[in-house]
Structure formats: structure tokens, C-alpha cells
Design a binder for this molecule. Structure first.
Ligand code: ADP
Ligand code: PAZ
Ligand code: K
Length: 238
């Protein structure tokens, strides 16, 4: 089976055999996820499951690539009001992003206890799940790159290309101040949002998870493939 997690910046994939992931990868798609899919170096799959937050036009283009390349019509995992023990907390459940829903499904499937799920991608999302499987809500904030772009796009100071070192402290030049601003915004948002569910298990995924993880207070589990793992669970239950 081929699993695809189509985000706003990158397409992530996993190949599975007999319910086990044996190969994963990620590629930036520059706004054209279907083009990225058309050149993905993967074996011919028997089935394809997709998590997408790219919108209907891109989903149609992704479907066309799957049909043209492998003669397979893919399954799209959609957010549900309730699935695999988890209850969506949104008043309009279908508006919750499929990636957030699947990450929560995977985290919840591990251990049915209070849980905080962070997905640090283009957007930084934090979601809380109660021990009863009830989604308690979340936040959508700027991811690291998005946060830097927002500041640079709204100001006029000159910037240079500098080596990308990031930590949990302050900056001493313009570039470092912008970068540290993004970093501390993300860390602060994660801290404050996760404090809404004290004592909860905490998991983090997404492209920036590895950078953020060493600087988070408390015990956080780094789970790079959480969305794809949730997608696999949904595919297996279908
Ligand atoms: N090789 C990379 N290319 C682009 N972004 C990367 C890369 N490695 C880490 N990142 C960071 O990860 C973020 C994207 O994370 P990802 O989880 O793939 O996002 P999305 O699901 O929104 O596509 C970027 O905003 C960037 O800060
Ligand atoms: C919040 C998101 C943009 C995160 O996407 P990502 O950063 O992973 O590309 C995505 O989950 C989405 O489009 N959600 C729909 C709105 C919502 O969850 O309320
Ligand atoms: K994501």
C-alpha cells in the first residue's frame, strides 16, 4: 500500500507491506503536489490512501496521477465526527483538517489517555484529546518558516543569508532575531496550549518537530510519521 500525506509545503509518503511501513520519504511540492506525485520514486502499489489538506482541485489532480501512473483510484481519508474511538470536538467536524484528525487517531490508538498532539508543519497545530476520546479543541498558529515569512513580508529591513542555527534563546543580529522570534513563538504556543491539559501524554510530528523537540519542556515523544500512521490505521479499518 502507498500512503500519502499532502500538506501545504511537502508531500510525505510511506510504503507498507502486510500493515508495516518499510519506506518513507518527503518532498517539497511548490504548490503542485500532483507533479511531485508523478515523479515519486516508489514501487507500484496495490492500494493508495491519501490524507490531503490541499483542497478539491489538487485532490482531483492527485487522483488523475494515480490513475495514469498505476491505474488505481486512491482513497482519501476524510475527517469524521467520530472514528476509531475518537470524537471530533468541532461544532462543524468536517472542517477539521484531515492531517490533524489522522495524527490524533494515531496518538490515541497508542494509549487511550489524555494526550496533546502537535503537528509542526506549514501551520503549527496543537490538539488536545481527553482520556474519554473526546477532542477538546486546538490551535492553528504559524509554523517556523511561515512565521519568518510573515515578519519578513510585513517589514522593510534588509536581511542576509546566514547559517541556520536555532535555539531557545535570543538573537544578536536581524536574521537571528527573526528566526528566534519564530522559534519562541512556536515554543510558547506549544507550552500554553498544552498547559490546557496538564499531565497529558505529549507527542509532536511535522517538518519542524525535530528542531522544536529538544527545546520543549517536559516529556515529549517525537513521532515523524504520525499522520501516515493514522492513515494506515484508517486504511486497515476500512
Ligand atoms: N527539506 C525541507 N523542505 C522544506 N521544509 C522543511 C524541510 N525540512 C524541514 N522543513 C520545515 O518543515 C515545515 C513543513 O513541514 P511539513 O510537516 O512537511 O508541512 P506540511 O504538512 O504543511 O506540508 C516547513 O515549514 C519547514 O519549516
Ligand atoms: C491547519 C492546516 C492548514 C495544517 O496544514 P499543514 O500545516 O500540515 O499543511 C490543515 O490541517 C487544514 O487546512 N485544516 C483545516 C482547518 C482546520 O483544521 O480547522
Ligand atoms: K501536516
Amino acid at each position: 500500500m502507498l500512503l500519502l500525506d499532502v500538506g501545504n509545503t511537502r508531500i510525505k509518503w510511506a510504503e507498507t507491506t502486510q500493515g508495516v511501513i518499510f519506506n518513507t520519504g518527503a518532498a517539497t511540492h511548490a504548490g503542485k503536489p500532483a507533479d511531485a506525485l508523478s515523479i515519486l520514486g516508489v514501487d507500484e502499489p496495490e492500494q493508495i490512501w491519501i490524507s490531503s489538506v490541499a483542497g478539491p482541485a489538487h485532490d482531483l489532480a492527485l487522483t488523475k496521477v494515480c490513475v495514469a501512473r498505476w491505474q488505481i483510484s486512491p482513497n482519501f481519508a476524510r475527517t469524521k465526527p467520530e472514528q476509531l474511538g475518537l470524537r471530533n470536538g468541532y461544532a462543524e467536524p468536517l472542517r477539521l483538517g484531515a492531517d490533524r484528525w489522522l495524527a490524533m487517531i494515531a496518538a490515541w490508538a497508542d494509549t487511550p489517555a489524555d494526550c496533546i498532539v502537535v503537528d509542526a508543519g506549514t501551520a503549527l497545530t496543537v490538539d488536545a484529546i481527553g482520556a474519554d476520546g473526546q477532542h477538546r479543541g486546538g490551535i492553528i498558529a504559524a509554523g517556523l518558516q511561515t512565521s519568518e515569512k510573515a515578519v519578513l513580508g510585513a517589514t522593510r529591513f534588509p536581511t542576509r543569508q546566514t547559517p541556520l542555527t536555532v535555539h531557545a534563546g535570543l538573537g544578536l543580529d536581524t536574521e537571528a532575531c527573526v528566526r528566534q522570534g519564530a522559534m519562541l513563538s512556536a515554543l510558547g504556543a506549544i507550552d500554553r496550549a498544552s498547559a490546557q491539559l496538564p499531565g497529558a501524554r505529549r507527542v509532536i510530528t511535522g517538518g519542524d518537530a525535530q528542531v522544536l523537540h529538544p527545546h520543549l519542556g517536559g516529556d515529549w515523544q517525537l513521532r515523524p510519521c504520525l499522520v501516515l500512521e493514522g492513515l494506515l490505521l484508517v486504511a486497515q479499518a476500512a
